[in-house]
Design a protein around this ligand. Structure first.
Ligand SMILES: Cc1ncc(COP(=O)(O)O)c(C=O)c1O
Length: 371
């Protein structure tokens, strides 16, 4: 069977090291803000070349807390895309702010040319989503944001390690929001997230917001901190156990990305079906291929899926419904989402998880070439 994602082989390769570090963590007497999480935070910031940052409980929280740290809420508007994961938008709505959708381009990413038209006095932030592992056009987006004095929060959940003009994503906006959901480039074996920022004031506020609003001068010595809320915060802690797992896995991050790019190259070279639209690669963008997303020009994707199912192959769709078509967000504001709507009906994702065997990729390529 070929699944769109599977972690079991990866786990069998890492099992000894992971069990050892979980056991060490459980024996350490610290389940939150201990050695593992603090070590991981340092390691992550080094890898991402960001000045400040902190772990949180999920990618969703990373976006929500970033908006809260910027005091964005009721009566404010936030611009993002409708071709994204639900949490990009639920995080906005949960602050009380309203969402304004902008269309995408043929590379499935935010179209910077269409942003200015929908900016109003109420627009406080833009959330570009580096979807499928490829960076948005950050030069153009940052230029617009500066012109209108709007904040940029990057959704980096699918793009850890991706570069735009040689700079890592998560270093362009006020914050960069990462997810350690197991399927991601760097996945935990549970939930987790990270916020990067180069703004010390925002960092300090985020540190309070993730832990009941309390001042966290030294998170490792939480018992010394005053049980006193400065802000109205929440609970968004990364557990020591997930920190321990991530400390094992972050060592292989560069290899994971290398392997994903190798798999994408196999698809690039192998897929010769002229009716299959392959991902657009742009100069100056280092793609980390969280997903390899294709679209068939003529054939309905359900028919393609049915054919592949006969060979025990199960592919994914990210995402079948654009957010403005979902019941929960039907009242969101948008004008013309032509490109988003066109591709949402056609796109489907080929597996790129690092431990998939080459033979399985070749099988997928062979079948897709015949359709
Ligand atoms: C683009 C995008 N944004 C945000 C998130 C939210 O991350 P999490 O699942 O860790 O809350 C995800 C993950 O599902 C995602 O793919």
């Amino acid at each position: 069977m070929i699944k769109s994602w599977d972690y079991k082989k990866e786990y069998s390769l890492l099992k000894k090291r992971i069990i050892f570090s979980i056991d060490k963590t459980l024996r350490s007497g610290k389940l939150f803000f201990g050695h593992e999480v603090l070590k991981f935070e340092k390691e992550f910031l080094k890898k991402n070349k960001s000045r400040y940052g902190l772990s949180v409980a999920s990618g969703t929280d990373a976006i929500y807390l970033s908006l809260k740290a910027l005091n964005i809420g009721k009566n404010d508007e936030v611009i993002t895309v409708a071709n994204t994961a639900i949490p990009t938008v639920s995080a906005i709505v949960n602050t009380g702010a309203s969402v304004k959708f902008v269309d995408i381009k043929d590379d499935y990413l935010m179209d910077p040319e269409k942003i200015e038209k929908i900016i109003t006095k109420k627009t406080k932030a833009i959330i570009p989503v580096h979807l499928y592992g490829q960076s948005c056009c950050m030069d153009k987006i940052i230029k617009i944001a500066k012109k209108y004095n709007i904040k940029v929060i990057e959704d980096c959940a699918q793009a850890q390690g991706a570069l735009f003009n040689k700079k890592k994503v998560g270093n362009f906006g006020v914050t960069g929001c990462f997810s350690f959901y197991p399927t991601k480039i760097l996945g935990a074996y549970g939930d987790g997230g990270f916020i990067t920022t180069n703004d010390k004031r925002i960092f300090k506020k985020l540190r309070r917001l993730r832990f009941y609003g309390m001042e966290q001068l030294d998170p490792s010595k939480w018992w010394n901190n005053k049980y006193f809320a400065v802000d109205n915060g929440t609970n968004s802690r990364l557990s020591e156990i997930q920190g321990a797992i991530l400390n094992v896995k972050i060592k292989s991050l560069d290899n994971y990305i290398k392997r994903r790019r190798e798999i994408a190259e196999m698809y690039d070279k192998g897929l010769k079906n002229p009716n299959l639209i392959k991902p657009i690669k742009k100069k100056g963008k280092f793609h980390v291929y969280h997903l390899y997303v294709v679209a068939h020009k003529n054939i309905n994707r359900d028919i393609i899926f049915k054919k592949l199912k006969k060979f025990n192959i199960f592919l994914g769709v990210q995402y079948p419904y654009p957010l403005h078509k979902m019941l929960a967000y039907k009242n969101s504001s948008y004008k013309d989402l032509r490109v988003t709507e066109k591709y949402s009906k056609k796109i489907f994702s080929l597996p790129t998880y690092p431990t998939i065997e080459n033979s399985k990729i070749k099988k997928i390529i062979k079948l897709l070439n015949k359709i």
